[in-house]
Each structure stands twice: as C-alpha cells, then as structure tokens.
Design a protein around this ligand. Structure first.
Ligand code: ATP
Ligand code: MG
Length: 215
C-alpha cells in the first residue's frame, strides 16, 4: 500500500500556529513524509474571507517554506470550479489512483458541521477522516453524523495505512485555542497577533495592509 496522502483543507484566513502545529504533529503521528495544506478558492461554507485567495495562498507558502514536512497544494485556488470538498476528493482520487489512502484532517468544529456540506455522505468512500480535538468544541454530533461516525470508527491509525478510505479516527494533540477569527479581530482592534502565527505571515499582513490594517 502506498503512503497515505494526508491533507488539511481550510480557508487559512490567515494561516496560524493552530493549523501548522496540528499538521506537523499529525505528520509525525501518522509517520508520513508530509501533510498537504489545501486553501479553499471561493469558499462555499462561510462568508468571504478578509483577503484574496492568492493572498491566503502566499501566506501559507511563507508559513511552510522552511518546513519540508508541510506543503501547500494549490488545486482549489487554481481551479475555476467552486471549492466543494467533493470535487477536491474526486481530483485527488483520480490523481493518486484507487489504492493510495487519502486522509482528510478536520478540526472538531468543522466535523460537527459536516452534514451541511455538499454530498457529505460520499466523502468516506474517497478518504479516511481524521478528526482532531479543538479547544472549545466538545463532540456533539447530530444523529446523522453520530450514525456515520459509529459505522466507520477506527481506533488505531494503522487503519489509515491499510485501506484507501472508509475509516474515521479521532485524535488529540497539543491543544491550541488559536483561530483565524481571533487573529483578524486582534488586528481590527489595533492589537498585535504576534506569536499566534509565524512572523513572516504577520509581516506579509502588515506590508499588504490586510484585515483592515492601516499603518
Ligand atoms: P476561522 O476562525 O476564520 O473559521 P479557523 O482558525 O477555524 O478560521 P479554518 O481555515 O476555518 O481556520 O480551519 C481549517 C481547518 O483547521 C479546520 O478543519 C479547523 O477545524 C482546523 N483548525 C483550525 N484551527 C485549529 C486549532 N487551533 N486546532 C485544531 N484544528 C484547527
Ligand atoms: Mg474555521
């Protein structure tokens, strides 16, 4: 079996240390060469982000430049289709073939909202889902999500190497209560978000006057 393709999708508006540390710890836990970060193009699950897709992509690239275990996959930004997760999974499966495991990382907050995503029931046919704890979010699944979870629950990460798709695994990492919303709110009130995100990303936000930053 080939090494799993492990990815974390998100708006990354902007990328912060909660994303980066989560991705790195999972790369080590799963013992894969790298984790791929996939920024959304035009997001379908939320309001428009505070900057352009190209700016979010540039910040992710700055954040991961010096870390070989993390790479940026620009397929959603470069696609002219809407950023539906199903399309991304289809494109990954077509590229990787039927036998390569695909692992989709989701924070607990994102996982709870899964039943509102386009064609969400099909995801598990394309990938494994690895749900990570996120401070402030307790597992509180709707009945339909609880049913999916129960049906596919796996307790060890080995499953993610042995089959191409079909398992749901929960894992706890160093809890980091950082969110992009918090970073944007700090900037909007004139406070520094430093140390919640990599310095090169903060410098990029300053030099491009993102998130309403004026000086
Ligand atoms: P926003 O506040 O704008 O929603 P965010 O911090 O939630 O931003 P997203 O881009 O929405 O970041 O999240 C992308 C993925 O990363 C989601 O699956 C989310 O659950 C996960 N994630 C984000 N921050 C953390 C964190 N601090 N710990 C664990 N997972 C996280
Ligand atoms: Mg979010």
């Amino acid at each position: 079996m080939a090494q799993p393709y492990v990815f974390m999708g998100g708006t990354f508006d902007p990328v912060h240390n909660g994303h980066l540390r989560t991705a790195l710890e999972l790369q080590q836990w799963l013992q894969v060469a790298r984790v791929h970060l996939i920024p959304s193009g035009a997001p379908v699950h939320r309001d428009s982000p505070g900057c352009t897709a190209d700016e979010r992509l540039a910040m992710l690239q700055l954040a991961t430049d010096d870390e070989p275990a993390l790479t940026v996959d620009a397929r959603e930004v470069e696609s002219d289709k809407a950023s539906y997760t199903l399309f991304t999974l289809e494109s990954l499966r077509a590229e990787l073939g039927a036998d390569t495991p695909i692992v989709m990382i989701m924070g607990m907050d994102a996982y709870q909202t899964l039943p509102s995503w386009y064609e969400w029931r099909a995801f598990i046919d394309y990938c494994h889902i690895l749900v990570v704890a996120r401070p402030g979010y307790r597992p509180d699944p709707s009945p339909e999500l609880a049913e999916l979870t129960e049906k596919h629950l796996a307790t060890t990460p080995e499953q993610l190497w042995q089959t191409a798709a079909g398992s749901i695994v929960f894992h706890e990492l160093t809890p980091l209560g950082i969110s992009a919303t918090q970073v944007r709110d700090l900037i909007a009130t004139g406070a520094s978000p430093r140390y919640l995100l990599p310095d090169p990303v903060w410098h990029y936000i300053q030099s491009h006057h993102l998130y309403g930053l004026t000086s």
